[in-house]
Ligand binder design. Structure first.
Ligand SMILES: [Zn+2]
Length: 182
């Protein structure tokens, strides 16, 4: 397994405040968003290409568990695709900056995207999962056999649905987003 050790310093909450100010995210966001700070991991491993053919990275333990889960699903004739895995704090900042540059308000963008530092994808433990026949990152994923399989078995591999239906958090229902908890 190819391991990649991050050379950069792990970012702190203070680093986030600097990034947020640059993006003109209000200082209060960190205190009121209700999301935990998700630091980047010290190690990342190559998880193969995602469904778009981009090289994906995951925290090594999460990767092992994801591979085992995908194999177990395949044995039950359920195909699980990796749509998105690790995303860096800097990458999240770029995504937000791009959306604002295209004319949306930051307030509006923050209803869909977590601010840098607060996406579970920074941890390398969150995976957006897809399956053939269903467009990625759409709510109808919860109508698929893959979702039914995950609802029953994912916990056996340490993966939990982070944003279930009816949850009161800042992030809406995301049936495709599963996070590994060791
Ligand atoms: Zn996600």
């Amino acid at each position: 397994m190819a391991l990649k050790t991050l050379n950069m310093a792990i970012k702190t909450i203070e680093d986030l405040r600097v990034i947020h100010r640059r993006l003109q995210i209000p200082d209060e966001y960190i205190d009121i968003c209700g999301l935990p700070f998700c630091p980047e991991p010290e190690e990342l491993a190559a998880a193969g290409p995602d469904v778009f053919g981009r090289p994906a990275l995951l925290e090594p333990q999460a990767l092992r568990s994801w591979q085992q889960m995908r194999q177990a699903a395949a044995q039950d004739s359920v195909e699980l695709h990796l749509v998105s895995a690790y995303r860096s704090i800097d990458y999240q900042a770029e995504v937000l900056a791009r959306k604002v540059a295209s004319g949306r308000s930051m307030e509006d963008v923050l209803t869909v995207n977590a601010a840098p530092g607060f996406s579970e994808h920074h941890s390398g433990r969150a995976i957006d999962i897809g399956t053939p026949g269903c467009p990625p990152l759409e709510e109808e994923f919860d109508q698929t056999q893959a979702f039914r399989w995950l609802s029953k078995h994912a916990k056996d591999f340490g993966f939990l649905l982070s944003y279930p239906k009816g949850s009161s958090g800042i992030i809406n229902y995301e049936p495709w987003h599963w996070c590994f908890h060791a």
